[in-house]
Ligand binder design. Structure first.
Ligand SMILES: Nc1nc2c(c(=O)[nH]1)N[C@H]1C(S)=C(S)[C@@H](COP(=O)(O)OP(=O)(O)OC[C@H]3O[C@@H](n4cnc5c(N)ncnc54)[C@H](O)[C@@H]3O)O[C@H]1N2
Ligand code: MOO
Length: 396
């Protein structure tokens, strides 16, 4: 059977996901979360016109050379001057203070000479008004639109709008089920032929970084019964991800075990290297993705498919990872029929990003992946490319 192209697999995978329910959380805990409802400003900022500088509030028309203005009092942030400023009058004012009625200009104090009860402009004073108008940052009713991943600046803006708590998408819950008779957990004493399970730890960090809550389940053994137990431990998760057992060997039992639990399979096996045995579908209320067991295959398919899937559960677009243009620093041979995501190191050069591809691309080599900061994208069937050829890569 022809392998499914990566772009089509992405589109079909995204259709398996929809946004999770929202929840209200304290603003102080909302950094990095995805806003689920628009925030509307209940007040303007600043609420009234305020001074941008320390100096003297007065009428700009009074700033003729040689004038001396009489000082009426002072205004500070949070403590307005109650009177109004008339012709020939001024009020001492500090940054953030409401501008007193009648004044239209703040003369900065570096440009003023002052004595007991008076102030005068120095020659060559600056002519800015130094006043921030009411609503100059945002008016009442200004809107921060959802969905949007909340940056530090967004949080400060929402706080300034007076909104707390905020409505965000809850964290999608992902259950990671590693499978294989050979696996032991890190920290356990492995037998001579056993392998320390690694994949879920990289995936957990990757998926948490984009906003998921990730549970690593106990390792499932290569029997349908053990896998079935693992599947039952995943109940309540929005997405169950298995790792390993996805290929065609006699002990690759993930698909039969998932089928026995009512898997509605969307696809299995895609034109991607690494990652050919990828499968996806739904089991009951949860989405299901079966990743290949080879460590690099699991992490690369996680980056290409699971990160956008989580974004989609968080109400975002879930686009395929962005591709950045660069130039090859190492020639590469012709590509085969599968889209190849080659492990690479990207550095900046005089003419943009330079992409060095690692010699060893076997999908078991975590040591190479750990030295990589990018994946060079090779379309299926692409001919050999020379040094300096324009290419596209994905940041890791
Ligand atoms: N005859 C064929 N054989 C294979 C094909 C094929 O098309 N025809 N595809 C190959 C490709 S491509 C991949 S990728 C692998 C993936 O197979 P599985 O998903 O069934 O993975 P496993 O066989 O369970 O494991 C592969 C490899 O990875 C190690 N592994 C598994 N889980 C973990 C883990 N959690 N942590 C660390 N290492 C893990 C496992 O010990 C194996 O060495 O199939 C090819 N075969
Ligand atoms: O395509 Mo497999 O994912 O090479 O290792």
């Amino acid at each position: 059977m022809a392998l499914l192209p990566v772009e089509e697999a992405h589109a079909r995978l995204m259709a398996l996901f929809q946004p999770v329910t929202p929840e209200d959380i304290p603003l102080a805990k909302a950094g990095g979360r995805v806003l689920a409802s628009d925030v509307v400003a209940a007040r303007a900022q600043p609420p009234v016109a305020i001074s941008a500088m320390d100096g003297y509030a007065l009428r700009g028309a009074d700033l003729a050379p040689g004038t001396r203005l009489s000082l009426l009092g002072s205004a500070a942030a949070g403590r307005r001057f109650e009177g109004s400023v008339g012709q020939g009058e001024a009020v001492r004012i500090f940054t953030g203070a409401p501008v007193p009625a009648g004044a239209d200009t703040v003369l900065i104090q570096e440009d003023a000479e002052a004595g007991e009860g008076w102030v005068a402009p120095k020659p060559g004073h600056d002519t800015d008004t130094n006043i921030r108008p009411a609503g100059g940052d945002f008016p009442v009713g200004a809107r921060i639109t959802a969905p949007r991943r909340l940056s530090p600046a967004d949080l400060a803006l929402i706080a300034a709008m007076g909104a707390d708590p905020v409505r965000v998408y809850r964290r999608p819950v992902i259950a990671l089920l590693m499978t294989g008779d050979e696996l032991v957990m890190p920290g356990e004493a492995p037998g001579p032929e056993q392998v320390v399970a690694s994949n879920a730890f990289g995936l957990k960090a990757m998926l948490e970084a984009v906003g998921a809550e990730v549970r690593i389940l106990p390792i499932a053994r290569d029997t349908v019964e053990s896998l079935d137990l693992g599947f039952s431990l995943a109940s309540g998760a929005d997405l169950l991800v298995t790792i390993g057992g996805a290929s065609v060997g006699d002990l690759d039992l993930v698909r039969p075990a998932a089928t026995a639990r009512g898997l509605n399979l969307e696809f299995h096996r895609i034109a991607m290297r690494p990652g050919k045995p990828l499968m996806a579908g739904r089991i009951g209320d949860a989405a299901f993705v079966g990743l290949p067991g080879n460590p690099v295959s699991a992490l690369v398919t996680g980056r290409i498919f699971l990160v956008p899937a989580i974004e989609r559960m968080l109400g975002l677009a879930g686009e395929p990872p962005a591709r950045t243009p660069g130039r090859l620093d190492t020639p590469v041979g012709a590509n085969g029929p599968r889209m190849h995501f080659m492990r690479a190191r990207v550095e900046s050069g005089a003419d943009g990003w330079r992409v060095s591809v690692f010699d060893r691309q076997d999908s078991s080599l975590l040591s190479v992946l750990s030295e990589s900061n990018a994946l060079l994208v090779r379309p299926s069937g692409e001919p050999a490319r020379e040094m300096n050829a324009p290419v596209e890569f994905i940041w890791l």
